[in-house]
Design a protein. Sequence first.
Length: 191
Amino acid sequence: MRASKVAQRQQAVSGVPGRYARALYELAHETQSVDPVAEDLRQFQTMLDGSEDLKRLVRSPVFRADAQIAALQAILKAIGIGPLASNFILLTARNRRLAALPETIQAFLALIAAERGEVTAEVISAEKLSAKHVAELKDELMKRMGANIVLLTRTDASLIGGMIVKIGSRMVDNSLKTKLQNLKMIMKGAG
């Protein structure tokens, strides 16, 4: 492996999510199942983004590990998540690291992107983007970054409108929520 790929991987992940993501990546790579695991994790993340109950289960330290594991086992089986991704998600619950799972999934996907020479961009929008808008956004980002782009999208209704685009340490916040907050600050200063 080239030194630059190793450096890209190290930059892509850090902290607890990074350690877990690296371990999963190495295991998935050894078993030649990187793509299926990535797809399973994307599917779980999509479900997590769309369910307040699942978010509460994952984020809340109030739930005991055995309760989280039992609920997750039923969910993972119902949506058909493969054994490696299922075992990984359950491991995070057993180790009381479930709250870090969304960041771990992002770190895992970033490792894949770095290995393939791609740049990962996370787009958070107030409403689900149409396929046309996703394609246009991806094309524009590819032009600006000069690299293949892996676009990860999710929604956050609290943004009211607009979107936030994150690429590495760079972020462009063009959400209506932020614009209104800035206007509020300006209005306070003017009064």
